[in-house]
Design a protein around this ligand. Sequence first.
Ligand code: CP3
Length: 345
Amino acid sequence: MAPERIMLDVLRGAKRTPPPIWLMRQAGRYLPEYREMRKTAGSFLDLCYNPDFAVEVTLQPIRRFGFDASILFSDILVVPHALGRKLEFHEGRGPIMEPIDLSQVDRLDGEGFHEHLEPVYETVRRLRAELPAETTLLGFCGAPWTVATYMIAGHGTPDQAPARLATFRQPAEMTRLLDLVAEQSAEYLIRQIDAGADAVQIFDSWSGVLDEAAFETCCIEPVRKIVERVRAVHPDTPIIGFPKGAGSLYDSYRAKTGVTALGLDWSVPLSQARKLQAQGAVQGNLDPLRLVAGGRALEEGIDRILEGLGDGPLIFNLGHGITPQAPIAHVEAMIARVRNASGRG
Ligand code: CP3
């Protein structure tokens, strides 16, 4: 019999009680075993590109907590790296790229793209073989807008002003960059699914900095293209869209992009989340700092989500990635509380 993956069931619109649970950035610095591997590997990119390391750190949170989904360990910036852009990660400073001059976008090419990313595909193949049968394996990529913000600025910024300015000053070049990243990201997701990913998530961490018109051209349109291309090859694979900070622009995002499920950040009110859930699965949306604080703040946050969204297709998650300060005991307490919610209808 085919194994039952409850997360896949929910992605297809079913309600499960208790809901499936996993955490964005569940493999990471809050885990001592991750910090240990990170030291052994030497650099963050060595972790991403060495299947032995990448498989191990992906499995760490599954072994420790038994999450319902396992997310491939990699980074959204391997896509521009595979397009030939320089990329380094510096401890405590995040990613550093060589800023791209938008007039040179046409020189970016996809030659050698899949060869560069082959270790990631190998990681996915090995993971599907090693994971428990009931664990959903998630592939992912960054949304073109979020990837472009790092390609343009060369590093993280508080408000992505360089990429927003580029959007307004050089709209045609910006569209070409987003199109190219969308095409390559779609091919990347298709290969991850070929290799064994059960579902994929598109992370648009910086969609909240755009006005309505720019959100349409820079967030909706490139993600719609990715969904269309992936669906043409893998029509049944669920796709989760996570347009962090989109606010009221969440309302039409699913219909316009075609994503299967919506990842919600913690600023989305439960009343809005319930309306979004009427159209399909939602994922989220606990404030990651409630997990750091623990105690009543954590319990109240969990209970509100379960009460507000527990009657429909819900994937319990944080509203963004887990932070390095999150105590492991709080993660354990959260999982226990979510899973003990089973008495509730
Ligand atoms: O969720 C997982 O467990 C899978 C792995 C994963 C990582 N990054 C590992 C990582 C995923 C899905 C990502 C996505 C990612 N990467 C996003 C989108 C989601 C989000 O968090 O907004 C973005 C914007 C990036 C780019 C990136 N990578 C930044 C800005 C940073 C620095 C911030 C930080 O936390 O250090 C990274 C580094 C990074 N990616 C780490 C991890 C575990 C920490 C690196 C380290 O170990 O030193």
